[in-house]
Design a protein. Structure first.
Length: 137
């Protein structure tokens, strides 16, 4: 029997409520509990990355427009999708051409470091979708 990817219930979107970051973290932990996946370290990393992506969508992306999470087919990783309303790409602090005096910019390198893969896709209707795959073992 093949295991089907599981998608948790959708979060309320189109908002700027900081509670959404907490809701997203709880959603992915519920998912991992239901399928009994993820080492303690992996779960901590997943929560950190989810909180960072959702917080960035709220702070810099014009609000959270969508969120989802599912296991990869082999069950060894979690695929997280975050959609926001901004066309601006994530930028790390200290990147060429970035004002180092501006606040923030520390989270994106953490996301890139912890993830197996990161994709940022501009959407035709505006905004972007970030897809991150995180190891669970």
């Amino acid at each position: 029997m093949t295991e089907q990817p599981y998608s948790p219930p959708a979060l309320s979107v189109n908002g700027n409520d900081p509670q959404l970051a907490t809701d997203a973290r709880h959603t992915v932990i519920r998912l991992l509990d239901e399928v009994d996946r993820g080492t303690e370290r992996a779960r901590t990393d997943v929560q950190l990355v989810v909180a960072e992506l959702v917080s960035n969508a709220l702070r810099h992306g014009g609000g959270l427009a969508g969120f989802g999470a599912e296991l990869t087919p082999d069950g060894e990783a979690l695929r997280v999708l975050v959609h926001d309303m901004s066309d601006a790409l994530p930028v790390a602090r200290g990147a060429l051409g970035v004002d180092v005096d501006r606040p923030g910019g520390f989270g994106w390198p953490i996301v890139e470091h912890l993830a197996l893969s990161v994709e940022v896709e501009a959407l035709p209707q505006g905004g972007k979708r970030i897809v991150v795959v995180l190891p669970l073992i």
